[in-house]
Design a protein around this ligand. Structure first.
Ligand SMILES: *[C@@H]1O[C@H](CO)[C@@H](O)[C@H](O)[C@H]1NC(C)=O
Ligand SMILES: *[C@@H]1O[C@H](CO)[C@@H](O)[C@H](O)[C@H]1NC(C)=O
Ligand SMILES: *[C@@H]1O[C@H](CO)[C@@H](O)[C@H](O)[C@H]1NC(C)=O
Length: 508
């Protein structure tokens, strides 16, 4: 089981629960990791050498999911062959560390303070400036209903699902990483125009706040009056093209598969029963409370798992890391089975087409706008796009891109699409007719795409760049691979050639 994943570059975490509707967030920690991979280039901390035979340790993997901001990681954003020009960057993030979405009945909720303070750890050198900048947020433009969403976490006892200070710090760091990566590429002029920065988020406070923290790290002291924050009502970021009956059908089939696998797992059933007995709850009620989500929060914040005294209907005692590990072990099996069944991948293709179509269209537009001799559009192109999203957005995105082996999105995970242009070919080498207007004018320059996940270059693991042989000729993946994937090729897994056809044709 592990050997099937060790061949890949990065780690894996599973999806074990799928939303029943596109607007629900999966309220659980969904991950278990596969084996280690071989890093490209410099070795990195998270690519650990571990013997194939050794079972991954669920606790250390859970810490990877927590994404505790206490170390720096290598980030490969902004890397390109010399003389290539960076034309645009589109980023999707998952919100940062949050309070659980459910509480475990009868237990005390984890005691976490969701107000921000530079005196509390983890903090960030930008924390105070960030807090004060957010205080000016009324000067920005907010698409309804975002204007009424809190711009900072602000409850002394966190509310369910609220972003924590850790979550803010994670995204300030993400923003700084991107700032560092792109500052030499002149991506945005210091006097950027409103058109050049596109920020969109779901209506949850944790995504809105995460997006603002990243933006602040990326563009410190950005001018509020130039910023419009846009609303995506669906966690799939599908805008006005969310209708897709076939997508729902694949999702239901996937959920049935998942359910069958789970109920067949006697160790898992026994573990839930044990946990329920400890707490004095019906097993069904405990399961419905998604205890793994809350346990994970305890783990990420260094809090002991909940205990209850005897004599409150249950036998009393504490929930244990052994129980936690059983649930995670089952999730690993589910991950493997999910890939085998392929239903989730089909769901993901249809779920993420609207977002990918938009991403591809922007790249195409920016690429066209950069053609030699083109007058730059007034106000510039959309060069920086930030989509602040959820695990139920990013997990299908990874699957749709063919990165099914990718680790489940941790808190504050990021996917980055970069658009690059190669140096122009000079007249002598070009087959094109000389331009009469300007003898020395360069023409051409090819467009390329890079895809990064948590700072790692995964371009050549995507469906559309995997076949590209980078040893012959071009060191980067041509944009046209991505464009033809999105326009047509991605639908081949559902035996169709377009979104419309894939969504509405009646399967035999
Ligand atoms: C960072 O925090 C995690 C989780 O608390 C811990 O396991 C790890 O050792 C820490 N790393 C460093 C460099 O302090
Ligand atoms: C795909 O993108 C094109 C260009 O932006 C747009 O005209 C079209 O409506 C999009 N299709 C869907 C289904 O989102
Ligand atoms: C795909 O479509 C072709 C032609 O319509 C059909 O023969 C084939 O059975 C379909 N395959 C699947 C898996 O639906």
């Amino acid at each position: 089981m592990v050997s099937t994943v060790t061949a890949h570059l990065f780690f894996f975490i599973t999806v074990n629960l799928i939303p029943t509707t596109p607007i629900a967030e999966v309220p659980v920690f969904q991950g278990v990791v596969g084996g280690p991979g071989v890093p490209q280039g410099k070795s990195r901390k998270r690519v650990l050498p571990a013997p194939h035979s050794q079972k991954p340790d669920p606790l250390s993997e859970a810490f990877g999911y927590c994404n505790t901001p206490n170390r720096t990681e290598q980030a490969w954003e902004g890397h390109s062959p010399v003389d290539y020009k960076l034309l645009s960057v589109q980023v999707m993030i998952r919100h940062g560390d949050r309070y659980p979405l459910y509480s475990i009945p009868k237990t005390k909720r984890p005691a976490i303070d969701c107000t921000l303070s530079s005196k509390r750890n983890p903090s960030h050198p930008l924390m105070n400036a960030f807090i004060s900048h957010m205080g000016q947020g009324g000067r920005g433009h907010w698409e309804s209903p975002l204007g009424s969403v809190a711009r900072l976490p602000n409850h002394g006892a966190c509310e369910m699902g609220e972003l924590t200070q850790t979550g803010i710090v994670q995204h300030l760091l993400n923003g700084q990483v991107l700032h560092q990566a792109y500052k030499h590429h002149n991506l945005l002029p210091s006097a950027w125009s409103p058109r050049q920065v596109w920020v969109e988020t779901t209506g949850k406070s944790r995504t809105l706040q995460s997006g603002l923290a990243l933006l602040y790290g990326f563009l410190p002291d950005f001018d509020w009056t130039k910023l419009t924050v846009r609303h995506q009502w669906s966690t799939l970021f599908c805008g006005s093209t969310c209708d897709c009956p076939a997508r729902n059908k694949y999702l239901e089939e996937e959920q049935r598969r998942q359910y069958r696998l789970r109920v067949a797992d006697t160790e898992l059933e026994r573990t839930y029963a044990d946990m329920a007995r400890t707490l004095g709850l019906p097993t069904r009620q405990l399961r419905a409370a998604n205890p793994i989500d809350s346990l994970l929060c305890h783990l990420c914040h260094g809090l002991a798992f909940p205990c209850i005294p005897t004599g409150e209907g249950g036998v009393g005692g504490c929930l244990t890391t052994a129980q936690f590990s059983v649930i995670r072990r089952q999730q690993l099996g589910d991950e493997v089975d999910r890939r085998r069944a392929g239903l989730y991948h089909k769901y993901a293709i249809l779920a993420m087409y609207p977002y990918l179509n938009r991403t591809a269209s922007k790249m195409e537009r920016v690429g066209k706008g950069s053609e030699a001799g083109k007058r730059p559009r007034s106000g510039g192109e959309e060069v920086f796009t930030l989509s602040s999203a959820h695990d139920v957005t990013m997990a299908p995105l990874l699957s749709a891109l063919g990165l099914e082996e990718a680790r489940f999105p941790r808190f504050a995970a990021r996917v980055v699409f970069e658009l690059w242009k190669s140096p122009p070919v000079t007249q002598g080498q070009s087959k094109k007719k000389p331009d009469k207007g300007d003898k020395s004018k360069a023409v051409g320059g090819e467009l390329f795409i890079r895809v990064l996940y948590n700072g790692e270059d995964v371009t050549f693991h995507t469906t559309f760049c995997r076949p590209h042989d980078r040893h012959t000729g071009q060191p980067l993946c041509p944009l046209k691979n991505f464009l033809s994937f999105v326009k047509r090729d991605m639908f081949s897994v559902v035996n169709a050639t377009s979104y419309q056809e894939a969504c509405y044709k009646h399967p035999g």
